[in-house]
Ligand binder design. Structure first.
Ligand code: FAD
Length: 501
C-alpha cells in the first residue's frame, strides 16, 4: 500500500494561456481535496493570443469537466466546425474537404474508397467528399449535432468548434477558481533547483515572492521557462519537413458564417479562415526562408474577404518538440512542449492529450522514472503521428509554381510516413498506427484530395458482386436530402448559443 505522505501536496502551473487554464480546470476537477493548485501568469507578458480551431475530441474534454456545450459556445463567441476545406494544396485551383466523420457507412468487406475509385476512374462518380455527410452539410452552410441512430445517415459525421481561445481561457479560469485554484499575478524571474537532483523546488516572482511545489506544470508558452530555461531539456527541430516558421494573424468582420475552417495554400505557406460569431480569424502561416515578412503580410491583407478590424500581428515559431515532455518534476503542456503549425488544428488537442496522460500517470513525490518514461513514450508517439499527417499535406503537392512547393514535393520524409504513402499509392490501403489521432477518413481525404491515387484496387473487389455506382448515387442522394433537413449554421447558433455581445 502506498503511504499517503508521498502524495503530491502542491502543484504550480506557470502560465495562464489556453494550456495553463485547461490544465488548472482539469486538475482541479480531478484532485478534489488534499492538493493545493496555484497558477502564476503575467498580464505584462500576455498570451500568444491565437488558436481558434479545434478537432472533435475537445468535446470529450469539456464533457469530462461537466461543461454545458451551449453555455461554452455562447461564452467563447464560438461556432461549429465540420471539417477543413483545403484550397490550392494539391494543385492550383483545386479544392478538397477533410471531413469530421466517415465517408458514408461501411457497406461491404471492401472499403468504400475502392468502389469509389473504380467508379470515379470511369467517370461514374464525382469527388470523394460528395459521399460524406459532413461535406453535404458544410457546403450548404448547415449544422446540427449528429443523430445517435446509426441507421440514419445523419449519424455519420462528427464536429468540433471554432472559438476565441482567450475567452476559453477566461471561461476555464472562472471554472478553476470556483474549484479553489489560486491565481497569482506576476512574472517569474528565477527558478530554484535542488543542487543534487536538479528537481525544481520553487519559482520566484519579480516582486521577490517565492512559491514552492512538488510538481510544476510548465505552460509558459514558446519560452518553456522551466522545461528549457531551467532544465535545458533540448529541442528536436522539424523545420526541414515543415518549413513554415512565421505567421501574420488578423481578424475581420464575419461575412460567410461557414461551419468549417478553410485553408488556402499560397506560394510560401497557407492562409486560414475561421468564422466566429463576433469576428472571423484569418492568418497567413509562411516560411520566412521563402517569403519576406512584408510580402507575407501584404498577401494576407489582399486575400481577406472583408476589411481588417485591427493591425495584423506577427508570430514566430520553430516546428518541433522538446526532447522530453516530462523532465524530473516538470511537465510541459502547450507551446512549451513543442509546436506544430495549425494546419489540422492540433495544438489545443495536444494540450488535452497532455492533461489526459498526466492524470492517467499521476505521480507521487517519488517521481518514479518509469512513470516519466511512459509519459514521454506516449507523448512522442502522439506528436510524431500528427507531424507525419501534416507533412503528408506538403509532400503530396503537385504544385511546382514556387520554390517552397518544389522543395516540399521532393523533400525526404520520415520512413514512417513514406511507408503509409507507398501502401496507399500501390494498393489503396490505409496503414494505421495505434496512437494515430487521425483516423482512416482523414488520411483518405488527404491522399485522394492531393492526387495520391491508388495504382490498383483491392483484389477482393473482383470476388464481389456489387453495383457500386448505384450505391454511391443513393448515398449521395440521401446525404443531399438529409442536409436540407438541417438548420443553417447561423440559425442553429442563434437559437441555442448566441453570444450576448
Ligand atoms: P501562451 O498562450 O503563450 O501562454 C503562456 C502563458 O505563460 C501566458 O499566460 C504568459 O503570461 C505566461 N508566462 C510566460 N512567461 C512567464 C513568466 N516569466 N512569468 C509568468 N508567466 C509567464 N491551436 C489550435 O488548437 N488551433 C488553432 O487554430 C491554432 N492556431 C494557431 C495559430 C498560430 C499562428 C499559432 C502560433 C498557434 C496556434 N495554435 C492553435 C496554438 C495555440 O495558440 C496554443 O496551443 C494555445 O494558445 C496554448 O498556448 P499556451 O497556453 O501554451 O501559451
Amino acid at each position: 500500500m502506498q503511504a499517503h505522505d508521498r502524495n503530491i501536496r502542491r502543484i504550480i502551473i506557470v502560465g495562464g494561456g489556453t494550456a495553463g487554464w485547461m490544465t488548472a480546470a482539469a486538475l482541479s476537477n480531478a484532485l478534489q481535496q488534499g492538493c493545493e493548485i496555484s497558477l502564476i501568469e503575467s498580464a505584462e507578458i500576455g498570451t500568444v493570443g491565437v488558436g481558434e480551431a479545434t478537432i472533435p475530441p475537445i468535446k470529450v474534454f469539456n464533457q469530462s469537466l461537466g461543461i454545458d456545450e451551449n453555455e461554452f459556445v455562447k461564452f467563447t463567441q464560438g461556432s461549429f466546425k465540420l471539417g477543413i476545406e483545403f484550397v490550392n494544396w494539391g494543385r492550383l485551383g483545386h479544392r478538397y474537404f477533410h471531413p469530421f466523420g466517415s465517408y458514408g457507412r461501411q457497406f461491404d468487406v471492401v472499403n468504400l474508397h475502392h468502389y469509389w475509385q473504380d467508379a470515379h476512374s470511369q467517370g461514374k462518380a464525382s469527388s470523394l467528399e460528395n459521399y460524406c455527410m459532413a461535406w453535404a452539410a458544410a457546403k450548404t452552410g448547415r449544422f446540427a449535432p449528429p443523430m445517435t441512430d446509426p441507421r440514419n445517415v445523419l449519424s455519420t459525421y462528427e464536429y468540433a468548434y471554432h472559438f476565441d481561445a482567450s475567452l476559453y481561457a477566461k471561461f476555464l479560469r472562472q471554472y478553476s477558481e470556483k474549484r479553489n485554484v489560486t491565481r497569482i499575478e506576476g512574472k517569474v524571474t528565477e527558478v530554484k533547483q535542488a543542487a543534487d537532483s536538479g528537481f525544481v523546488q520553487s519559482v520566484t516572482l519579480e516582486n521577490g515572492d517565492s512559491y514552492a511545489a512538488d510538481l510544476f506544470i510548465d505552460c509558459s508558452g514558446f519560452r518553456g521557462l522551466l522545461i528549457e530555461g531551467a532544465l535545458k531539456t533540448g529541442y528536436q527541430d522539424w523545420s526541414h519537413w515543415l518549413p513554415c516558421d512565421s505567421a501574420w494573424a488578423v481578424p475581420t468582420a464575419t461575412t460567410e458564417f461557414n461551419p468549417y475552417t478553410r485553408s488556402t495554400a499560397h506560394t510560401a505557406g497557407w492562409q486560414w479562415r475561421i468564422p466566429l460569431q463576433h469576428r472571423t480569424g484569418n492568418g497567413h502561416v509562411y516560411s520566412s526562408q521563402y517569403m519576406q515578412d512584408s510580402a507575407a503580410c501584404d498577401l494576407l491583407m489582399q486575400h481577406l474577404d472583408s476589411p481588417a478590424l485591427t493591425d495584423p500581428k506577427q508570430l514566430r515559431f520553430k516546428t518541433g518538440r522538446r526532447k522530453l515532455f516530462w523532465n524530473k518534476n516538470v511537465v510541459a503542456i502547450g507551446l512549451s512542449s513543442g509546436f506544430l503549425e495549425p494546419l489540422e488544428s492540433t495544438s489545443i488537442h495536444l494540450i488535452q492529450a497532455g492533461i489526459a496522460k498526466l492524470l492517467a500517470l499521476f505521480p507521487n513525490r517519488d517521481f518514479d522514472p518509469l512513470v516519466t518514461e511512459e509519459y514521454n513514450r506516449i507523448a512522442i508517439h502522439e506528436i510524431e503521428n500528427i507531424r507525419d499527417f501534416l507533412i503528408l499535406h506538403y509532400r503530396l503537392t503537385e504544385r511546382d509554381d514556387s520554390e517552397m512547393w518544389r522543395y516540399c514535393a521532393n523533400m525526404a520524409i520520415p520512413d514512417s510516413l513514406n511507408y503509409k504513402i507507398e501502401h496507399f499509392k500501390r494498393f489503396g490501403r490505409l496503414i494505421r498506427d495505434d496512437k494515430d489521432l487521425f483516423g482512416n477518413a482523414s488520411w483518405l481525404a488527404v491522399h485522394i484530395g492531393q492526387f495520391n491515387s491508388p495504382q490498383q484496387n483491392d483484389p477482393l473487389m473482383s470476388f464481389r458482386q456489387k453495383d457500386s455506382v448505384s450505391w454511391l448515387n443513393k448515398l449521395n442522394t440521401a446525404m443531399t436530402a438529409a442536409a436540407q433537413r438541417l438548420p443553417s449554421h447561423r440559425e442553429y447558433v442563434e437559437r441555442f448559443c448566441k453570444a450576448s455581445i
